[in-house]
Design a protein around this ligand. Structure first.
Ligand SMILES: [Fe+2]
Length: 134
């Protein structure tokens, strides 16, 4: 039975339909990855979904940064630095998984859940009001 690691609901809405759409799609890929780990899928399947998650995250983080720079959001640099720490951490975990680390599976899942829920509900919410009158 599939279950979700993260459930998008209205409290996740940052008030920008494109960002909400991308967050929903990203959470869908994270849930797919979570289930693939849980079901013990083969390493090549896991690494394909992990790569899909990384690629889509990069697409999303880049488009969010473009939006924040376009409107000159006051905390754009700080926000971008938080995105960069996500990019670095996921690349690091990808390398550990490639080496077959079981612990890295759990670390990755915990990290994704904590990072994205905190990032959307706390960090992204900070730009929500700023963008709402743009
Ligand atoms: Fe963000």
């Amino acid at each position: 039975m599939t279950e979700n690691l993260i459930n998008w609901n209205e409290s996740y809405s940052v008030g920008n339909s494109e960002m909400d759409k991308q967050h929903k799609k990203l959470i869908g890929i994270i849930n797919k990855l979570f289930n693939a780990f849980k079901e013990g899928n083969a390493q090549n399947i896991l690494s394909d979904i992990l790569q899909e998650m990384i690629d889509y995250s990069n697409f999303h983080l880049n488009s969010e940064e473009k939006l924040l720079f376009k409107y000159n959001y006051p905390e754009k640099e700080e926000h971008e630095a938080k995105h960069q720490s996500f990019r670095n951490k996921t690349e690091e975990l990808k390398e550990l998984l490639k080496k077959g680390s079981e612990d890295a599976h759990y670390e990755l899942i915990e990290y994704l859940k904590n990072w994205w829920t905190n990032h959307i509900l706390v960090e992204d919410m900070k730009y929500s009001e700023f963008l709402s009158d743009k």
